[in-house]
Design a protein around this ligand. Structure first.
Ligand code: PLP
Length: 352
């Protein structure tokens, strides 16, 4: 991860920094205006309740909890399923580790990383990590991530998820799925979100990425656990008042925006193909979903230089690691934008 930059954003830019830049749809605004609302931290907000029940049903779970961010959903999943001085096992480049492990300073829960490929933990290494003898900390949670952000939007095979769930459950260990982009995974696999969510006890889903809601996420899981998470959410300051205004946009997102994610996967593929025509100076990952990583090491320019030069061409990207760029497609990116972006990459190469 890199620091945020707040450079002025050129008008009509092709913004490939993230799918979080998606704006609410007109239907979301309409639904926000008309939604019945209440005080969600007092006696409840009807629209938030509807969203929580809807997502829980979609994911085959007993209960849901609306939270301000997927980071908080993941934190609550850890807090509700672990005690201090225990550990969470997860793949070594998981978002919960690379971007969210500061949580450990509050939770006292350690992260034990297992190396993986395409975001999937090596099962033999997971088996080793699950051994409980000796001086090791007690493992109380195993976490998976699909699609996998740092691996480039890769999708965990369902067989892999089934194996991980079986290995953990047979030892009485809970499994959490960081499913921030799990609707992208469902579309890529041609399965329902439930087909994925069944391989975890708790699941977090981000509403404000490709699904285009302005803010929020939902944590879903067993009812007693979610009751605990609801209490913890209040302790964290995550209980919001007329949250149904945001919940309404979230409902519209989960009910209508999942199907179109295939379009984002197609534009990502178009970007990858276009950039790979600039091989060998650039090489792009072949995306499974909506994220393309571009290797710049052989271009003669560092990725910070690339970000700047592309921005001057009206194409916004983010540096990823030391030599890569990350490009994410979303609802505001069409085929013409991709062609503009590919041309910009070409012009920057020519000028270098
Ligand atoms: C974006 C993301 C998160 C965090 O979501 P926020 O709503 O921005 O807090 C967590 N996990 C993964 C895999 C993500 O991509």
């Amino acid at each position: 991860m890199t620091e945020q930059t707040f450079a002025p954003r050129p008008a009509n830019a092709v913004d490939l920094r993230s799918d979080t830049v998606t704006l609410p749809t007109e239907a979301m605004y309409e639904r926000m205006r008309g939604a019945p609302i209440g005080d969600d931290a007092l006696d409840g907000d009807p629209t938030v309740r509807e969203l929580e029940a809807y997502v829980a049903a979609q994911l085959g779970k007993q209960a849901g909890l609306f939270v301000p961010s997927c980071t908080m959903a993941n934190l609550l999943a850890v807090l509700a399923q672990t005690q201090r001085n225990e550990q969470v096992i997860l793949e070594s480049t998981a978002h919960m580790y690379t971007s969210e492990r500061g949580a450990a300073t509050f939770t006292g829960v350690f992260y034990h990383c297992v190396p993986g490929a395409d975001g999937a933990m090596d099962l033999n290494r997971l088996e080793e990590a699950l051994l409980t003898e000796g001086m090791r900390l007690k493992t109380s949670l195993v976490a998976m991530e699909t699609t996998h952000n740092n691996a480039g939007g890769t999708v965990l095979p369902l067989d892999h998820m089934r194996s991980v769930y079986g290995m953990a459950n047979s030892r009485g260990i809970s499994v959490h799925l960081d499913g921030a982009r799990m609707y992208n995974a469902a579309v890529a696999l041609g399965v329902t979100p439930l087909d994925i969510a069944q391989h975890a006890d708790t699941v977090s889903l981000c509403l404000s990425k490709g699904l285009s809601a302005p803010v929020g996420a939902v944590l879903a899981g067993p009812r007693p656990l979610l009751a605990k998470a609801r209490t913890l959410r209040r302790m964290l300051g995550g209980a919001q008042r007329q949250a149904g205004i945001m919940g309404a946009a979230g409902l519209e997102a989960v009910q209508t925006m999942g199907g179109r994610l295939a379009e984002d996967h197609a534009t990502a593929a178009r970007l990858s193909e276009g950039l790979n025509r600039l091989h060998p100076r650039l090489s792009a990952t072949v995306p499974q979903t909506n994220i393309v990583q571009v290797e710049t090491a052989d271009s003669g320019m560092g990725n910070a230089q690339w970000v700047q030069a592309l921005a001057a061409e009206g194409v916004l990207t983010r540096p990823w690691g030391v030599t890569r760029l990350r490009c994410v497609t979303h609802r505001h990116i069409g085929a013409a934008d991709i062609d503009r972006a590919v041309q910009a990459f070409g012009r920057v190469l020519q000028a270098s």
